[in-house]
Write a new protein. Structure first.
Length: 162
């Protein structure tokens, strides 16, 4: 079943984002999604105890999270743009390394958090060592509450009982 779920999770966005529905493109999408699902199903579905209902709930919640993350990316882009074009840029820039511990227990949850931080302009996840994150932030604003809302949202999706 994990291969079927992986295929659907990979092929559906590919089909929507490609916008090409001719046999060649759909066939290539099916082929690529099948290969990646075969190679990576264990990465996507490590928790074998989850029911189909739990997985569907996670998929719906993750879709909502990606919308929220997109808004955060836009906000961070605007912040970096303002800093870059401000006459006070030297005063606004305050690059720093921020270390914090996350309460996320699952590897997939930490993976999503690390990548979400990196996708947000002005921050880059430098290292993840267990539950310890090291992140480079461009400004004090970017460093402030770096993981709070993201971590809570990711925990609500992937961490049962949190």
């Amino acid at each position: 079943m994990k291969y079927l779920y992986s295929f659907v999770v990979l092929f559906a966005p590919w089909l929507v984002l490609s916008g090409k529905f001719d046999p060649l493109h759909v066939g290539m999408g099916v082929l690529c999604s099948l290969l990646v699902a075969w190679w990576c199903a264990d990465l996507l579905f490590q928790d074998r105890k989850s029911s189909t209902g739990d997985r569907l709930r996670q998929l719906v919640a993750f879709t909502g999270y990606t919308g929220w993350l997109f808004v955060q990316i836009i906000r961070a882009n605007l912040h970096v743009f303002r800093v870059a074009f401000s006459p006070r840029m030297n005063r606004l820039l305050a690059p720093r390394m921020v270390e914090f511990d996350t309460g996320l227990e699952k590897e997939l949850s930490r993976f999503v958090l690390a990548n979400s931080i990196t996708l947000t302009p002005g921050t880059v996840t430098v290292r993840v060592d267990g539950s310890r994150f090291l992140v480079h932030a461009l400004t004090e604003t970017a460093a402030h509450d770096l993981h709070g809302a993201m971590e809570r949202r990711i925990a609500n999706i992937f961490e049962k009982g949190r």
